[in-house]
Design a binder for this molecule. Structure first.
Ligand code: PLP
Length: 497
């Protein structure tokens, strides 16, 4: 295919035509292409509703595409250098679940870093896979977990030659990347497939100045959130695949098990048009964003109490690479926590940041970021600095040890085991039956099957004190644990689970 094909938007074009055809719609959705007046319709006008259809004749089916969805997926695959693409309308969350269910059956081993997104843990519960966790590089200065080194992957492979797959994050929420190409080489030499979480990496497919994308690195399968960094609507994502290691029937079956039978046509159309824009304008516009990011880093680094990390910082801390469209802004020298700054920047500067951690905040830049946005960001930090710098003590080092709990049993076993709800103070030494995390970033502090240590409880309490959005299935101060009194502990044979 050529540039001429990439100009096409098969699904969006057909959807637009359908809305203009004056069809009498006796199918769902019930708004009948915008014939029920409501506040949203009055606010946006009827066009959004005209584009919201549910598989009428000619618009193909996401669960088994043979027409325009298939054509649009093929264009996405081509634009990203993949052999196949699958559109997703329930986010990379579903993509990750489906990828894990495709490469792992129950009790298959998968090697993965512990700082994965919660969907990966849910993928372990659904598939029944056994996680072999490897420790990521920890940055105690910033209080974040980064990439995984080739050595730790090699050790994990040597100790677990029967593992079926290796899971890699490209990049982490904070923009740090591992040596994915090296990992792929190691994995393939040992007959393991490589599964990639590119929720924050869609832009890699459209620029040579950014870290290498999963498909370019030779990975077998990857899920990317086009909605996060490539301009499509929230929840629209894509799975990309190549090579012979992925069983496409299993992938299709997993996706169809997890996805709605009424996929949003608006989301699919937005994937089509976002791909076209990124294909034709991505390279040039990402260069501009990188230039703006550099300028902004320089300006912010002159603000007293503010430090912005760049690629050199991460390389000197033994990470493999960094996506410079992310601004990791260290704020603790202002005497404020990232959580406080996250709130204050909105109030004081009308700036919405992506997330906060104890010592940093994260600003995500895309080709939609303007010079005016960045000027507001700088002004906001200047105001904060004027108000707080040297007014408060510099925050001491991270208030908890950055360590991961010890696993005791498969996440699926703990999830299905008899369980009980206790208070956090009673939980030391118990086995977790649920995930606990702050969101964002959604990296679990605790997952089902892990032993609850005192330091984990301290970490959870630390986040509670900081008022960050702590997510577990229960109220604060409570936790669901395995009821060891009634749990018949397996000894090697997990069949009943
Ligand atoms: C690292 C990572 N993976 C996966 C996801 C899930 O992506 P989505 O929001 O597209 O479902 C997220 C979401 O924040 C994430 O941060």
């Amino acid at each position: 295919m050529t540039d001429n094909f990439q100009k096409k938007t098969p699904f969006f074009t057909k959807l637009k035509q359908y809305g203009q055809k004056n069809v009498a719609p006796f199918d769902v959705p019930g708004h009948k292409l915008g014939k029920i007046p409501n506040d949203l319709l009055r606010y946006t006008g009827p066009k959004i509703f005209e584009l919201d259809s549910n598989s009428p004749i000619g618009l193909d089916h996401l669960n088994k595409p043979t027409g325009v969805i298939k054509d649009s997926e093929a264009l996405m695959a081509e634009a990203c250098g993949a052999e196949r693409a699958y559109f997703i309308t329930n986010g990379t969350t579903i993509g990750i679940l489906a990828m894990i269910m495709t490469v792992c059956k129950a009790k298959d081993k998968i090697i993965l870093p512990r700082n994965v997104h919660k969907s990966v843990i849910n993928g372990l519960i659904l598939s029944g896979a056994i996680p072999v966790f490897i420790k990521p590089n920890i940055d105690t200065n910033l209080g974040i977990a980064n990439d995984i080194s080739l050595n730790t992957v090699q050790e994990a492979i040597q100790e677990n030659p029967d593992a079926k797959a290796i899971f890699v994050i490209n990049p982490t929420y904070f923009g740090v990347v591992s040596d994915l190409k090296g990992i792929v080489q190691l994995a393939h030499d040992n007959d393991m497939s490589v599964v990639v979480d590119e929720a924050h990496g869609a832009q890699f497919y459209f620029s040579k100045s950014l870290p290498q994308a999963a498909m370019d690195s030779g990975a077998d399968i990857s899920a990317l959130s086009m909605h996060k960094t490539a301009g499509s609507f929230t929840q629209s994502s894509v799975i990309l695949c190549q090579g012979t290691r992925i069983d496409h029937h299993r992938l299709r079956a997993s996706l169809n098990m997890l996805q709605s039978t009424s996929p949003s046509s608006l989301l699919m159309a937005s994937l089509d048009v976002a791909r076209k824009t990124m294909y034709f304008q991505g390279e040039k516009r990402i260069e501009k964003v990188l230039m703006l990011a550099k300028e902004t880093r320089n300006k912010l680094n002159q603000v007293p109490g503010i430090q912005v990390m760049d690629k050199d910082y991460f390389l000197s801390n033994h990470s493999f690479g960094f996506d410079e469209t992310k601004l990791i802004i260290k704020v603790s020298d202002l005497g404020l926590s990232g959580f406080e700054v996250y709130q204050m920047m909105r109030k004081l500067g009308n700036v919405q940041l992506e997330l906060a951690e104890s010592h940093i905040v994260l600003a995500v830049l895309t080709i939609g970021t303007t010079r005016q946005h960045l000027e507001k960001l700088v002004q906001g930090f200047k105001k904060l600095s004027e108000k707080y710098y040297k007014q408060r003590d510099i925050l001491e080092k991270i208030e908890f040890e950055y360590q991961f709990p010890e696993p005791y049993t498969r996440p699926r076993d703990a999830y299905h085991a008899p369980n009980k709800v206790i208070t956090l103070d009673e939980a030391v030494g118990e086995i977790a039956a649920e995930q606990v995390m702050i969101y964002p970033p959604g990296i679990p502090i605790l997952i089902p099957g892990e032993i609850i240590s005192e330091s984990v409880i301290n970490e959870i309490k630390f986040y509670m004190r900081k008022g960050s959005a702590l997510q577990s299935d229960l109220d604060d101060n409570q936790i669901r644990v395995v009821d060891k009194d009634t749990w018949i502990k397996w000894e090697g044979d997990l069949d009943e689970f």
